[in-house]
Design a protein around this ligand. Structure first.
Ligand code: CMP
Length: 137
């Protein structure tokens, strides 16, 4: 089943020079393609929309601060079961709990600075793609 997902390589990944490494892991999955890609410093209104479900949680303000602290890479990836697949490549939210071999397991230590975001369902993907790439058909 071909799907689309919204991926963010977060400011920590860009600052640490991991964009090539992380994009490479996505590109090497057979048949997946990148259909949009942009380096952009995310502003507060965009982040408020993106993280609407987390408003009011204790980690929300520091999360928005961090996510606007430098450029991120936003991309849309398309392909077979890509929603589940990119989340498997990323590993669970807490990078210490994430298995070695996953992006967070290999490169992360701090839950907030966990390198990558990937949509968690078809519904989220559709919503998030509209936020970051409103012109994409
Ligand atoms: P992500 O799953 O992309 O979307 C929500 C983000 O909030 C998550 O990645 C982390 O960056 C951050 N986050 C979630 N839970 C916590 C937490 N308990 N403490 C700090 N940051 C968190």
């Amino acid at each position: 089943m071909s799907q689309r997902t919204l991926v963010l390589l977060k400011p920590d990944a860009v600052r640490r020079g991991l964009v090539g490494e992380l994009l490479g892991r996505i590109e090497r999955k057979a048949g997946w393609t990148i259909s949009a890609l942009e380096l952009r410093t995310l502003d507060r209104p965009t982040l408020e929309q993106h993280y609407a479900e987390h408003v009011g949680r204790p980690f929300y303000e520091p999360l928005v601060e961090f996510m606007s602290s430098g450029p991120s890479v936003a991309l849309v990836v398309e392909g077979e079961r890509v929603i589940e697949g990119v989340r498997a490549l990323a590993g669970p939210t807490d990078p210490i709990a994430a298995a070695p071999g996953s992006i967070r397991g290999d490169f992360g230590t701090i839950t907030r600075e966990n390198l990558i975001h990937a949509s968690d369902s078809e519904q989220s993907a559709e919503r998030e793609i509209k936020i970051f790439f409103p012109g994409l058909a």
